[in-house]
Design a protein. Structure first.
Lengths: 512, 126
């Protein structure tokens, strides 16, 4: 068992599942959804195996490694491997994919058209690419997955989304492609500046081995950073996200905003910080400023939204600002907070998007003013929606609180003003979440035209919600198992950047 | 030091005086049709010491204007710049497309213009 190429298998299984689902004959079409769910659950088992096999204290940077020569002429390898950050993101994706498949159960009506098969097959393809992009330890391979991911997302939004799906899908594609093409230049530049050879694109052979002028390296850093800032997304290149999130199906929005966008912040750690230490320190003031703007701007725009899905998208822009802030604070505490936040944000966004989706499925509208008093009609839906909201606003005891607190603390150690302003974002978070809850759920009992009030959460919907809320509570009270595998990876990154934590001003009393 | 009982009695007497005074002021009076204007303190007390007005004026209303303004600016400014750039390129493309008429004479004219431009440029440089 120990020699199994787990990471490759975690891509092969969902891809195989996608093919099986796509080619199911019309007579067996009703089995498409259970088959898709089955393949995603097998992937989850593989992810758990990977988690068990992973050793937090290992010497080498990447574990579960697989390296094969692919295009030696250009130094390209098929190289996979994970550190704690990549592994926790992959496990999160493996948990959330079956959850999303189950949530999307009735999203598409089939009637013999085969649409449903395609929808579920595309989600499995996306899962495979997500594993690939986080597991790639070859810069070129990472780039291939980074661009390949766009294809299933484009079709998931463009074929199965809301009324403006084509506009949203095209906008998503153009923004991502623009960022990706700038990154391609930087990817080639990295190879030129690196040691070259058959495996010249391996992260391990590039780290600390880039030979170019300071200016050139700074330009390469910028090339990577722009792509990741679009992906994350940060202000001012965020405008594709609200459109994509509101036009996509809720399950697609979760895969996109909750998981896939983490490639942006993950890439900042893996490529920007690790490959360009000097440029990272040089860019820090600008990045910190952009992050703080994103936090406040995203929160203020969330407050002003009347579309639930757009509101959730803007909360994510605010939270991505916090993640970037923690990364570029360049402290162990901030880094731990940011990497944990990537996981906790995935779950809390999933909770918000999917529960809002359940609400929309009942009322047929995404507009907040169309609701009111729903806690009297669907109490379980209202209660779980509130819990997901409270987790998003980082209520102590729920998972995002731990990560947000670590980010703010880690930032305060170096950039006090930025940390203070960022803290205002948490106040605004209370506003946008509680206002949304108040407007949709409280008030007099709504009347329904046909006299038939909508039913509360079904068994399937409860099964969707349970793992998400369990993650809030588990990681909220006991984040140690995740932090234990994140911390060594964060420490290692900061060693590459060449920074140490600032000494506390009153260090005499504490023995850390 | 006064004995405890005396203090208690004095306290109760004071309470009784206060109650009587209050009854004289308010209870015994005919209830007016319109509420009396009252001292500024009374007015402030009626308004919960203006805390709601303060909150609404200082935070809520500016906040509403700020978020509404930002939503507008985000759609028109930040996103508008992107959409505008796209529209500009699209418009330029459709104009350029019109040059492709299929008439040999117009292509010949284009080539002639190009030759003149190149020769002109060379002449200027030299």
């Amino acid at each position: 068992v120990n020699s199994l190429p787990l990471l490759t298998l975690m891509m092969v299984v969902p891809l195989l599942g996608a093919v099986v689902v796509a080619v199911l004959p019309g007579s067996a079409a009703r089995h498409a959804k259970p088959v898709a769910l089955g393949f995603s659950l097998v992937t989850l088992v593989l992810a758990v195996l990977a988690w068990v096999r992973f050793e937090p204290g290992a010497v080498e940077q990447f574990q579960l490694s697989e390296v094969h020569s692919w295009i030696p002429q250009f130094g390209v390898s098929y190289a996979l491997g994970v550190d704690g950050i990549a592994l926790s993101l992959i496990v999160m994706a493996a948990i959330l994919t079956p959850v999303c498949l189950l949530a999307a159960w009735h999203d598409v009506s089939d009637e013999g058209s085969g649409r449903e098969k395609r929808y579920f097959a595309l989600m499995l393809v996306l899962e495979a690419f997500i594993v690939g992009v986080f597991a790639a330890t070859d810069v070129f391979l990472f780039y291939v997955f980074f661009e390949a991911m766009l294809i299933p997302v484009y079709f998931l939004i463009g074929l199965f989304g809301g009324p403006r799906r084509q506009y949203a899908a095209m906008k998503f594609l153009l923004f991502s492609l623009a960022g990706g093409l700038i990154m391609l230049v930087a990817v080639i530049g990295v190879y030129v500046a690196g040691p070259g050879g058959d495996d010249g694109f391996l992260i391990t052979s590039l780290t600390g081995n880039l030979d170019a002028s300071t200016t050139a390296l700074r330009w390469l850093f910028v090339g990577f950073f722009i792509a990741f800032a679009v992906k994350a997304p940060m202000w001012p290149v965020h405008t594709w996200l609200p459109d994509a999130a509101t036009e996509a199906r809720p399950a697609t929005a979760v895969l996109l905003v909750g998981i896939l966008d983490k490639v942006g912040t993950y890439g900042m750690i893996r490529f920007c910080l690790q490959l360009f230490p000097e440029a990272s320190r040089w860019a820090t003031p600008v990045v910190i400023t952009l992050a703080v703007i994103s936090i406040i701007y995203g929160a203020l725009l969330a407050i002003g939204q009347t579309d639930m899905m757009r509101l959730i998208a803007f909360t994510s822009i605010s939270h991505f600002g916090l993640i970037v802030l923690g990364i570029f604070a360049l402290t162990t505490v901030g880094g731990a907070g940011s990497t944990l936040y990537m996981v906790t944000h995935g779950f809390s966004t999933a909770g918000l998007f999917l529960l809002a989706g359940f609400l929309v499925a009942r009322r047929g509208s995404k507009r907040i003013p169309d609701y009111g008093g729903w806690q009297r009609v669907t109490p379980v839906l209202a209660g779980t929606f509130l819990v997901a909201g409270l987790s998003s606003l980082a209520l102590p005891g729920l998972a995002p609180f731990v990560s947000e607190f670590l980010v703010l603390q880690g930032t305060f150690m170096r950039y006090e003003a930025a940390a203070v302003i960022a803290t205002l974002g948490t106040v605004l978070a209370a506003l946008y979440i509680l206002l949304m809850y108040q407007r949709t759920m409280t008030g007099p009992k709504p009347t329904f035209a046909d006299g038939e009030s909508p039913h509360d959460l079904s068994v399937r919907e409860k099964v969707v919600v349970v793992p998400i809320i369990a993650s809030f509570i588990l990681l909220g009270f006991f984040p140690k198992p995740v932090l234990d595998i994140l911390n060594p990876a964060v420490d290692r990154t900061l060693v590459y950047v060449g920074v140490t934590d600032p000494t506390p001003t009153n260090a005499s009393g504490s023995a850390k | 030091v006064l004995p405890v009982t005396l203090i208690m009695v004095l306290t109760l007497v004071l309470v009784a005086i206060g109650a009587f005074y209050a009854w004289r002021m308010y209870g015994a009076d005919v209830v007016p049709e319109v509420a009396p204007k009252g001292s500024p303190l009374t007015v402030a007390a009626r308004q919960d010491l203006y805390q709601d007005a303060l909150n609404e004026g200082l935070f809520m209303r500016p906040g509403i204007h700020l978020t509404r303004g930002l939503v507008f600016a985000d759609a028109r400014g930040v996103d508008g710049a992107v959409g505008g750039a796209a529209a500009l390129i699209g418009g330029m493309s459709s104009r350029l497309r019109r040059l492709q008429t299929g008439y040999v004479r117009s292509y010949a004219l284009t080539m002639l213009t190009g030759v003149v431009t190149v020769l002109g440029a060379l002449w200027v440089i030299q």
